[in-house]
Every structure is written in C-alpha cells, then in structure tokens.
Write a protein that binds this ligand. Structure first.
Ligand SMILES: *Cc1c(COP(=O)(O)O)cnc(C)c1O
Length: 388
C-alpha cells in the first residue's frame, strides 16, 4: 500500500479468481467437448444463473450486446419498428436495436439516479414502438413500477438492460421475477466475468425456445439434417466460459455484500465535498450490486471533468468519465437514428446532456477493499478537485 495519503491504496485486482475457476476450466477441458452442444457446463450455468435470479429460463450467449440483440429480436424488433432507450447509457443499448434495422429513440434520464425517465418514455411511444429498454445504471433499478404500468397500458414490452445489475433486487424481487426479459453481460469489467459472455433471462419457456433457435443458426438442439427453422446467427457460449462463470457465481454474494457495505460510506463522504453529488439510491432498491461508484460534479465543464478524471487516474484511482450521450457519438447516426437533429434530441434530454459531461465513475473493485480505503478515496477526490 502506498504511504502517501493522497495516492490511492492498492485495491483488490479484478477479475478475481481462485481454485474454483481453475477446477472448472480443467473440468470443461477434460469433458472432451468444448461447445454447449456436447458439454454440460453451459446447461448447468444457465440453470444456476436462472435460479439465482428467480427465473427458470436463462440462455447463455457470446456477450451482452448479442444478449440485447437476441432479446429484441424475440420481441419482434426489426425494420420499421422503434425501441426507446435512455440517452445516457453504454452504446450497446442502442446499437443492438440499430443492428436489427430498427430505430433507437433516445429519451432523457433522471438527474439523480441516471435511470430512464418514465414520463419521457411515455412521450416517445408511437404505434411503431416495439420495446422499452430501461438500463439499471450501476446496478440501481430504473423505476420498474412506473415502467411496468406504462408497459401494461401501452402494450409495449420492457426489456431490462441488466448489464450492471446481476444480483440486484427491487422491492424484494430479483431481476428474473419482474415479468420482463433481462439481458446481462460478463465482459471483463462486469460484476461476474469470463472475459466475454452474456445471458438473457426470459419470463416464459416459449420465448427462451425461440431465442435458442435464433442463437444457434435457427437450428433445433437435436437437428441432424440441417433443417434451420428460423433465421439467426451463432451467439453460443463456449464451455470454458460457462465453467468460469459457475465459479464466479459462487463468490458473487460475498462481493455484493462488501460493496453494499462500502458504497454508503463512500457516498456519505463524497457528499460532504463541495461540488460533489453521488448517485442517489431510490429506496425501492433493496439490493444494489454497485457495478460503478458514480458521482456528478454539477456545473463543471466537460473539459475540466476530463482533467479531473486524468488527475484521479494519476493518483492511482481507476476513474473514468461518464458515458457520452449516445446521440453525441458518430456511430449512433450511421443507421437507425430518429428523424431529428442532434440539437433536437439534446433539447429534450437536458439531464443526459448534463450528466454525460459532469459524471465520474470508479471501478467497482474500489468498493471491494478494506473499509479504511474508502476514506482515502474521498480524500483524493477532495484534493484533486481543489487542485485541478
Ligand atoms: C457492458 C454493457 C453492455 C454490453 O455488454 P458486452 O458484453 O460488452 O457486449 C450493454 N449495456 C450496458 C449498459 C453495458 O454497460
């Protein structure tokens, strides 16, 4: 650990692994079958991951972006349809819809929780809207009560982008108990990881069956005669990834417990620094896994925010700038953008405009260390803000 109080302590490494992952990898290797069509690891992981989230129908896939794409396809998203997404999110939320030929319609988020604003969603629904995609930012649920009501009233299904929300609970309910499809990521930085990977939870067996076909080139599991029942692609997870993820699931609850203990301490200390506003928690979240430790620096210019992030990194903190509003990236406009200008969208998304320019986030491993490290983080943030 560094002796200088204004330099970061050594946080735990990420990803974390141990004998469980090692044993799992060897087990997968020695099966002699390295894909899901012959091995047992992917099947077992799907059962365990589903059960952990209060669901019966999980499908493991190649990554979180494909998980969203597959889920949207099962909901009938394609050319001529629209998907409502938050303007402040990682780009996969919109890219998945755009890859299917649909239009991604960005709407504003809440300034305190950074979650999609149900009133903005309602205003964006048209006869072409085929899905509403809340993103559970940093593991905090979007307002699932208001969104469920909106979904029931409008007949437009929800698809949860749960790439940050493994193990989260909303009013006693797990992600798989909320009645809608949920898509997860197991990319290297995510809360559970095999380097890459993804999963989808379905509320019913039929949609999972359809998704299975589409994730395996439209081919039923027992097919021997190349009878492809649907269009599709190859989004199958391999056996090694599943073996690692089964081990990751085994250490997951302990990690959430630690982060759930550390974040309130850190948020409390950050809130005392002038100009710092930590992400707030809607109290209906009764378990937050904390994919990111996020805070805003309201009123700061984007340029200075970026300088603050650089200074935090120079002190040894794994700090990052918040996501750029999706409509401010060139990629968003290549295909499937709404018939509006950047300025039109910016005008109706003032919170996303502000948040994307003034948020900072810290990697979740900063919440996995000793309790005493939390105070060091806050001291560094205060000092960097005073000197940058
Ligand atoms: C990481 C992430 C994804 C995509 O997951 P990949 O596994 O990297 O493809 C989707 N949505 C959000 C909000 C994410 O943070």
């Amino acid at each position: 650990m560094s002796g200088n109080p204004l330099e970061a302590p050594e946080f735990p490494d990420w990803p974390q692994y141990g004998d469980e992952e090692r044993v799992g990898l060897i087990r997968a290797l020695e099966q002699g079958q390295w894909w899901r069509m012959g091995g047992g690891e992917v099947d077992a992981f799907e059962r365990e991951f589903a059960e952990y989230h209060g669901s019966e129908h999980a499908l493991a896939v190649t990554n979180g972006t494909h998980a969203l794409e597959l889920a949207l396809q099962v909901l009938g998203v394609g050319a001529g349809t629209e998907v409502v997404v938050p303007a402040f999110t990682f780009i996969s939320s919109s890219q998945a819809a755009q890859r299917l030929g649909a239009v991604a319609v960005p709407v504003d988020v809440d300034p305190d929780t950074y979650a999609i604003d149900p009133a903005a969603v309602e205003a964006a629904i048209t006869p072409r809207t085929r899905a509403i995609m809340p993103v559970h930012m940093a593991g905090h649920f979007a307002d699932m009560d208001a969104l469920a009501k909106l979904s029931a009233d409008s007949g437009v299904p929800l698809i949860q982008d749960a790439a940050h929300a493994h193990g989260a609970r909303w009013q006693g309910k797990k992600v798989g108990e909320l009645g809608s499809i949920a898509a997860f990521s197991f990319q290297n930085g995510k809360l559970m990881t095999a380097g890459e990977g993804g999963a989808v939870l379905f509320p019913d067996a039929e949609s999972r069956r359809t998704a299975f076909l589409r994730h395996s080139c439209g081919r039923p599991p027992t097919d021997r005669h190349y009878f492809h029942q649907t269009s599709g692609s190859n989004f199958r997870m391999n056996e090694f990834s599943a073996a690692v993820l089964r081990a990751q699931l085994g250490r997951f609850d302990r990690q959430i417990d630690t982060r759930e203990q550390r974040w309130p301490l850190l948020a409390g200390q950050l809130a005392q620094i002038p100009g710092v506003v930590p992400q707030s928690r809607d109290e209906r979240n009764d378990r937050v896994p904390h994919y990111m430790a996020m805070f805003r620096l309201p009123g700061i210019t984007e340029e200075r925010r970026n300088a603050v992030v650089d200074a935090l990194v120079a002190r040894g903190l794994p700090a990052f700038a918040g996501f750029r509003a999706i409509y401010r990236t060139p990629g968003f406009w290549e295909t499937g953008a709404p018939d509006e200008t950047v300025d039109d969208i910016a005008r109706r998304c003032p919170n996303s405009e502000a948040i994307s320019g003034d948020t900072v986030w810290l990697h979740h491993r900063t919440l996995l260390g000793a309790e005493e490290q939390v105070g060091r983080i806050a001291d560094i943030v205060a000092d960097v803000l005073a000197t940058t």
